[in-house]
Each structure stands twice: as structure tokens, then as C-alpha cells.
Design a protein around this ligand. Structure first.
Ligand code: HEM
Length: 429
């Protein structure tokens, strides 16, 4: 368990994946440590991980860090469980239902991507920066019908502050990421409240976006969402799809740049879809998206190999017995995914980028497939996230050729990121 108070946190943050591999070599797939600020059980056991995620009711609730809960709000979906979680999740699922996805969300994603990926030819593009802007602005368009412009320019830096704050130590001192995160949240709440006020005063059919659906959401339980819950729901939606979508999109470009055969196969799929269109400007539809089988395989393989989601956190609300061990109340459980993603008994040649492995339907349906979580917390934005990345790749490969420049560094722990950006030189096809 390491040092008093500090535990093994310093070693964990310094050594990253090696720390986990060493502990596993010594203690097996399930062991205890003191990381992330409290006593924690780490599980790399595929069956146990699934059990943990499927059994929230047995006292295994989300256990995300205090900084994240403070900044995302007390009604954010990861902070609540029981009946309030049901209300927030139902609201989410109602908003992202297949009809809304077809009629409203997908066309907005397509229009946004088509315009975001225009006029790139001849330029050097920092794909990390462009995919972050993309994930943020695409969400603003779907949620609030907000286009890139003066209003989004005010939102974006506050949102970035908020994101850095959620993964910081909760130290409320001037200059800390935590303090900046709280300030970012405060600024965003003010902006969202202004938008909400205007919306409530305007005719119901003036906007056709997610906020409009939320304002009209009624789950027949007479429990209309409060203003605070609506704001936390909006923040949750922007936040949840931000890093996952942007990082996966960036890493898709990286792996495709390095794997000519995969890039050719992906391009073939998208050129086939484009050929069915009358003009190069024609939008793609949800039906086109459903035909993008190889693209989905590239996305899953990228998430697996790059480990876009390192792990999921749970907290025990009572003493819980797992695999014959007693986990005391108040401990954290780290459902650690990295080693499972790279386990050679689950994936052949696990460190190779091989999207074809996902074309066998069983790969996605195996019980260790936890890229989007499982159980009552299974990602409700999965299809919308995959649609964003697929549409991004569609316009990238049908409009441009590219080549990496600069040999930029990529880090994969604690988060996947390119500290100095990931630059590509782009030409028209
Ligand atoms: C494609 C990239 C994405 C990945 C890899 C991803 C991954 C995940 C994972 C692993 C979880 C489970 C968290 C847990 O059990 O603690 C989750 C939950 C969630 N995701 Fe996603 N996600 C993605 C995109 C999105 C998008 C675009 C949205 C919003 C539109 C979204 C909204 C959510 C929400 C609200 C939850 C919490 C659900 C709950 O607690 O009931 N995700 N996501």
C-alpha cells in the first residue's frame, strides 16, 4: 500500500503501465494499492471487471475523483446513482433515440464535418488541435445549434480549462488546474443559463436541437429536470464525448498514416459511398454510416491499441465480497482496461494494428469488450461518437491525401496526447 497518505501514487504516476505490469507479475490480476488518493483494488481480470460493471446495485457505484465531480456538477450522470441516475440516463437516451439520431443529430454531424474539413489543401494541420475543436464544436452544434463564431470562441477556452481541472488534484489555490477548472465551470454555467433563459422565452419550434428536446423531455414520472440538472446534463454531454472522440480521431489518423493497407481499405469503403452521390457536396446519411463496417473496425482497433479509456472507477458503498476477498466500504475499484486490451490470450498479436480482427462479429461481442463500458452505465453516446469519428474520416479520405510531418512525440499515459501537436501536410485527392 506504499507510504502513509501518499500511498503508491508517485510510483503509479511516474511508471504508469509498467507499475501495473509489475504489480500484476507479483500479485496476479487483482491486487490492492493506494493510488488515486485512496485505498484501491485494481482489477485486470476480464470476468471480474464485467461483474463489477454489471453490479452497481450491489454497492459498486461510480467512483470518479472529487475534482471531476466538483467541476462537472453534482447532478452530472457519473456523480449520481439510484433514481436520479435513472432520470438523467432516461433523458439522455430519449435525446439520442434512433429517430432523433436519423433526423436531427446525424445531419448536423455531417454538415459540421463537411465544413470543418474544408480548405485544408496545401496546409500543415495540427490534427490534435483540429480534432479537439471538432469534438467541441460538433457538440455545440448538436446541443445548442451554435456555429463556430464569437459565442463559441468565448465558450471554448472556458471548456478547455474545465477539462484540465477534472483531472487535477482538488487543491483550490490560485493558479492550480483545479481552481481554473472551477472558474471554467462557473463561466460556462453563466453562458448556459443565458441561453436557457432565451430558449424558454422563444417559440418551441424555433430550434431543432438537443436543448430543445431536453426542455421538452418528460419521462412520465412528473419529474421535470430542474435548471441545474439541465445545465449539468449539457455539460456532461459536451464533456463525455470530448476527449474520447477527439483522441480516437487523432489516433485513427496516426495509425492510418502508418498502415497503408488499412488506409486503402478504408478509402475504398468511403469512395464507394461517395460514388453513390450525385454531387461531391451531397451529405452522407445515417444509412451510409451503417454501411461503414471497416471504418467501425478501424475505430475500435484504434481505441483498443491506443487505450483511449485506461480504466473505469468504482467505489464501494458497503463492504463487498469479490472473488472471495472482502473489499471494505469506501474503497475504490479500478477496472483497468489497458492490460486486457493488450492481452495476447484475448487478441492475436495484440500490439499490431489490425482492424480486420473486428470484422469477425464475435470480437465485439466477447465479454471482455469494455471499450464503451457495460451494464447500466454502458455509454449512451456510443453511436453518436462513432458517427462523428466515421464522418470525420469520410471527409478526410475522400477529399485529401496527407503525410505526417515533424516526427511529433506521442504519449499514451496517463492520457493519450501529443504534447507538441501531431502535424500532417495535406493535399487534395
Ligand atoms: C466514441 C467515443 C466514446 C467512448 C470510447 C466512450 C466511452 C465511455 C465509457 C467507457 C463509458 C462508461 C463509464 C463508466 O462506466 O464509468 C461511457 C459513459 C458515458 N458516455 Fe461515452 N464514450 C464515447 C463517446 C461519448 C459521446 C459522444 C457521448 C455524448 C454524446 C458520451 C456520453 C456518455 C455518458 C453520458 C456516459 C455516462 C453514462 C452513465 O453513467 O449512465 N460518450 N462512455
Amino acid at each position: 500500500m506504499g507510504w502513509p497518505v501518499l500511498g503508491e501514487n508517485t510510483d503509479f504516476l511516474r511508471q504508469g503501465p509498467i507499475f501495473m505490469q509489475n504489480r500484476r507479475a507479483r500479485y496476479g490480476n487483482v491486487f490492492k494499492s493506494h493510488i488515486l488518493g485512496c485505498p484501491t483494488v485494481v482489477s485486470m481480470d476480464p470476468d471480474l471487471n464485467r461483474y463489477i460493471l454489471l453490479n452497481e446495485k450491489k454497492g459498486l457505484v461510480p467512483g470518479y475523483p472529487q475534482s471531476m465531480l466538483d467541476i462537472l456538477g453534482k447532478s452530472n450522470i457519473a456523480a449520481v446513482h439510484g433514481p436520479l441516475h435513472r432520470v438523467m440516463r432516461n433523458a439522455f437516451l430519449a435525446i439520442f433515440n434512433p429517430n432523433v439520431m436519423r433526423e436531427n443529430i446525424f445531419p448536423k454531424i455531417d454538415a459540421f464535418m463537411s465544413s470543418h474539413l474544408s480548405n485544408w489543401s496545401g496546409k500543415i494541420i495540427d490534427i490534435q488541435q483540429i480534432t479537439k475543436e471538432m469534438a467541441f464544436l460538433s457538440a455545440m452544434k448538436q446541443l445548442l445549434s451554435m456555429d463556430k463564431g464569437p459565442q463559441s470562441e468565448v465558450f471554448m477556452p472556458e471548456f478547455y480549462k474545465m477539462v484540465s481541472g477534472t483531472i487535477s488534484l482538488p487543491i483550490d489555490l490560485p493558479g492550480t488546474n483545479y481552481r481554473q477548472g472551477i472558474q471554467g465551470r462557473d463561466a460556462i454555467v453563466v453562458l448556459l443559463k443565458e441561453i436557457l433563459e432565451k430558449r424558454k422565452a422563444s417559440p418551441a419550434d424555433e430550434h431543432d436541437d438537443i436543448l430543445n428536446h431536453i426542455l421538452r423531455f418528460d419521462d412520465n414520472s412528473n419529474s421535470q429536470l430542474t435548471e441545474e440538472q439541465i445545465i449539468d446534463l449539457l455539460i456532461t454531454i459536451i464533456y463525455s464525448g470530448f476527449e474520447t472522440v477527439s483522441t480516437t480521431s487523432m489516433m485513427c489518423v496516426k495509425y492510418l498514416s502508418d498502415n497503408t493497407a488499412a488506409l486503402q481499405e478504408l478509402s475504398k469503403e468511403h469512395i464507394g459511398i461517395r460514388k453513390k452521390k450525385k454531387s461531391p457536396e451531397d451529405p452522407i446519411t445515417l444509412d451510409d454510416f451503417k454501411l461503414m463496417h471497416f471504418t467501425r473496425a478501424v475505430i475500435y482497433e484504434t481505441m483498443r491499441l491506443a487505450v483511449v479509456v485506461n480504466g473505469l472507477l468504482r467505489r464501494t458503498t458497503q463492504d463487498v465480497e469479490l472473488n472471495g476477498f472482502l473489499i471494505p466500504k469506501g474503497w475504490k475499484i479500478y477496472v483497468y482496461l489497458r492490460e486486457i486490451n493488450h492481452n495476447d490470450s484475448l487478441y492475436d498479436d495484440p500490439l499490431a494494428f489490425n482492424p480486420w480482427r473486428w470484422l469477425e462479429s464475435k470480437t465485439e461481442h466477447q465479454k471482455h469488450f469494455l471499450l464503451f463500458g457495460a451494464g447500466g452505465r454502458l455509454c449512451p453516446g456510443k453511436e453518436s461518437g462513432v458517427a462523428e469519428i466515421s464522418t470525420f474520416l469520410h471527409y478526410l479520405v475522400t477529399r485529401y491525401r496527407w503525410e505526417e510531418v515533424g516526427g511529433d512525440t506521442l504519449l499514451t499515459f496517463p492520457r493519450v496526447q501529443a504534447p507538441n501537436g501531431l502535424h500532417i501536410k495535406v493535399w487534395d485527392c
